[in-house]
Design a protein around this ligand. Structure first.
Ligand SMILES: [Zn+2]
Length: 181
């Protein structure tokens, strides 16, 4: 089990509109807003989140893009076949479960929200000042109300369910993660 220290609920979001947002006027300028988790927001061209670290109170930012990649890493479970390890990764979260299905290439596992039919993705980030580690669970989804061309496969919304400060040795954790993927 990964030890959960506490949940963060109040987050500050910044969303930069995409070309599609500008064209459809779903978002016309950079939007900064505070929201309590779980929260859904327009994905835009880029987004980032600001929090006050629960351990040292430093303000830290993490986001979608590579400039921030050092501080936000997606934990893709796509290639993980070890059910126990998947359970372990999901252990600090309250709302996700592992489901499996058979394909011609063998069993595939995915995380789902218990009460929603959305596939869950996980990410890891940390505080650069005190090194506290945070794990988050999120999903991306299409907006049914947003007009799109059939060739456009990009998601429109991000749903962040939980952000949890956890007690792990991050280097060891990432090594273990790599060993299982
Ligand atoms: Zn900190």
């Amino acid at each position: 089990m990964i030890k959960r220290i506490c949940n963060l609920d109040q987050l500050e979001f910044t969303v930069v509109p995409s070309q599609k947002d500008l064209f459809l006027k779903t978002l016309t300028e950079v939007k900064v807003f505070k929201e309590i988790l779980p929260a859904t927001f327009l994905m835009g061209d880029d987004w980032n989140i600001k929090i006050n670290c629960k351990k040292c109170n430093n303000c830290l930012t993490f986001g979608r893009f590579s400039s921030n990649f050092k501080r936000l890493k997606y934990l893709s479970n796509y290639d993980i076949k070890n059910f126990e390890f998947l359970d372990y990764l999901a252990s600090p979260f309250g709302h996700i479960e592992v489901r499996n299905y058979s394909t011609k290439n063998g069993e595939v596992y995915n995380y789902y929200f218990k009460r929603k039919e959305a596939i869950v993705k996980l990410f890891i980030t940390f505080c650069p000042q005190c090194d506290a580690t945070y794990l988050g669970s999120f999903a991306e989804r299409y907006g049914g109300e947003i007009e799109r061309s059939p060739a456009d496969l990009s998601a429109d919304y991000v749903y962040i369910d939980e952000l949890v400060m956890v007690d792990v040795n991050r280097e060891k954790f990432m090594e273990e993660f790599k060993m299982n993927t």
